[in-house]
Design a protein around this ligand. Structure first.
Ligand SMILES: C[S@@+](CC[C@H](N)C(=O)[O-])C[C@H]1O[C@@H](n2cnc3c(N)ncnc32)[C@H](O)[C@@H]1O
Length: 220
């Protein structure tokens, strides 16, 4: 896959500098790349990651979503051709930032969203806006083609499972809310490289991060 498969839109209005909490030396960077490119996931790693996020859940920002964090998802819906109506599955949903953004955006409209996380405590701290599933995204408890949109905000990429559950014509909405400062960060070109087969991405910076709408290259 080449950089030609990534199309960049102009920046959204109102970009802000990301908090300086992550960056290339963050320990989660290595984990992120190993999971995406080397199938570097194991039950031991799953237990450690679940423990880490269980321990962080009480302090995880409440309500954990403001206009800056919401901006990439909102901008992707407005300019990225992502349909808010459809079967959404959010992986690594944490304390519910994604579901809050979607509910506000739909403004009372129907939301067909299932949220999933490895950490019981993160899920416990999420508002009850959508069904919550505690599971490991390396082995998703969903059938093939179950989602029209797979949402991943600051989440590890499990390429085979995303490909499996994404229906024909569907899209992965990949969001890093702190851009390349996000501890769990992959740029759009690397997301395309990691996924099996041929994909393309539309991307833009928004808020303090970016979004990428990633579709199979042969989908219309
Ligand atoms: C950085 S947090 C992001 C949470 C949320 N998306 C947000 O932006 O506020 C990453 C989340 O992914 C979850 N996670 C990590 N590995 C996972 C896996 N293998 N399966 C499911 N969830 C996982 C963690 O428990 C954590 O809640």
């Amino acid at each position: 896959m080449t950089g030609d498969a990534v199309t960049e839109l102009p920046d959204a209005d109102g970009l802000v500098e990301p908090e300086a909490i992550g960056g290339p030396d963050h320990p989660m960077r290595r984990v992120t790349r190993e999971v995406a490119f080397e199938a570097g996931w194991s039950s031991g790693r799953a237990a450690k990651v679940a423990e880490l996020f269980d321990s962080m859940a009480p302090e995880w920002k409440a309500p954990n979503v403001d206009g800056v964090k919401a901006a990439p998802v909102v901008d992707a819906i407005e300019r990225g051709g992502i349909d808010p109506v459809g079967r959404w599955i959010e992986l690594g949903s944490g304390t519910g930032a994604g579901s809050q953004v979607l509910v506000e955006h739909l403004d009372g409209g129907d939301l067909d969203l299932v949220t999933l996380d490895l950490s019981a405590q993160m899920l416990a701290n999420a508002p009850a806006l959508a069904p919550k599933v505690r599971a490991d995204a390396s082995r998703l408890p969903f059938p093939d083609d179950a989602a029209d949109v797979v949402l991943a905000i600051n989440m590890l990429l499990f390429p085979g499972e995303v490909d499996r559950i994404l229906a024909p014509g569907g899209a992965l909405l990949w969001v890093n809310t702190l851009g390349d400062r996000t501890p769990i960060h992959l740029p759009p070109a690397d997301v395309l490289d990691a996924l099996p087969g041929s994909w393309r991405a539309l991307t833009a910076r928004a808020g303090s991060g970016f979004w990428a709408v990633v579709r199979r290259a042969d989908d219309a």
